[in-house]
Write a protein that binds this ligand. Structure first.
Ligand code: HEM
Length: 218
């Protein structure tokens, strides 16, 4: 569990690899999607080589994001289920945002209530993107659907796509704002002080587990 006394493993190697692969595929898929949605930035579809190549690759990149998020869902869903203590985080949101620590413990598990909400919104958006994307995929499936279904799929795809991009911008902002969390997603490790400050209940549970493991050894 620990690398040396002061650090705690927060995210395993396979989970980190998957997260950063999702980031790369999401970025390329989002850039090509935006380039078709807003004509003023149509030049951005050149990022994938040529606009034709972008059209070809976009759906496959989207499927790769979906597959990566399926793995992350399986790994992280247990930590993102609602908990009674999430109410404290919402109630004390001002203190959280002002970085005011002290007073009543926030009792935050591995992920805080805001991260949990984001987690479920990301998962819901990718599901809508996948289903609507398959329906409108001209090369394979679009011909099997009536025009009204295609129009609805295009609308749902645009709304979910822009929604997910906005959610990810929020996610990046929060990751930058909580110093040490990006290092955690890169190296896998966070300091004990970081864990105690941002995820006190998770830190306490790890300490208790380690203490009982030490007790068992004696
Ligand atoms: C430059 C872009 C990104 C950065 C800097 C970033 C950063 C991070 C960090 C630091 C964490 C760990 C938070 C913690 O340990 O408390 C995290 C978790 C996560 N990220 Fe990202 N991320 C980025 C893009 C994305 C994208 C594009 C997606 C999905 C489409 C995504 C999905 C997730 C998920 C599902 C988690 C787990 C959170 C949870 O289970 O509640 N991230 N990210």
């Amino acid at each position: 569990m620990t690398r040396h006394d002061d650090s705690i493993l927060r995210t395993k190697f396979a989970e980190r690899l998957c997260h950063w692969a999702v980031v790369l595929c999401f970025f390329l898929a989002a850039v090509s999607g935006i380039s078709w949605f807003f004509p003023t930035v149509s030049w951005m579809s050149g990022l994938l080589g040529t606009p034709q190549l972008a059209r070809l690759l976009h759906p496959f990149l989207g499927i790769a994001v979906f597959a990566g998020l399926c793995y992350m869902f399986a790994r992280f869903v247990g930590y993102n289920l609602p908990a009674r203590t999430d109410a404290i985080w919402f109630r004390r949101i001002r203190d959280v945002l002002m970085n005011r620590h002290g007073g009543e413990p926030l009792r935050i598990g591995k992920y805080n209530a805001g991260q949990k909400v984001l987690f479920w919104l990301i998962m819901a958006s990718i599901l809508v993107l996948l289903v609507s994307g398959l329906v409108m995929w001209r090369a394979y499936f679009a011909e099997y659907f009536p025009i009204v279904v295609l129009r609805l799929a295009i609308l749902a795809h645009a709304v979910a796509g822009i929604g997910l991009i906005l959610l990810i911008l929020g996610h990046i902002y929060l990751a930058l704002w909580v110093r040490g969390s990006i290092t955690g997603m890169v190296t896998g490790y966070v300091s004990r002080a970081w864990a105690r400050q941002h995820h006190d209940r998770w830190h306490g549970e790890l300490e208790a587990k380690q203490a009982s493991a030490r007790g068992g050894e004696q």
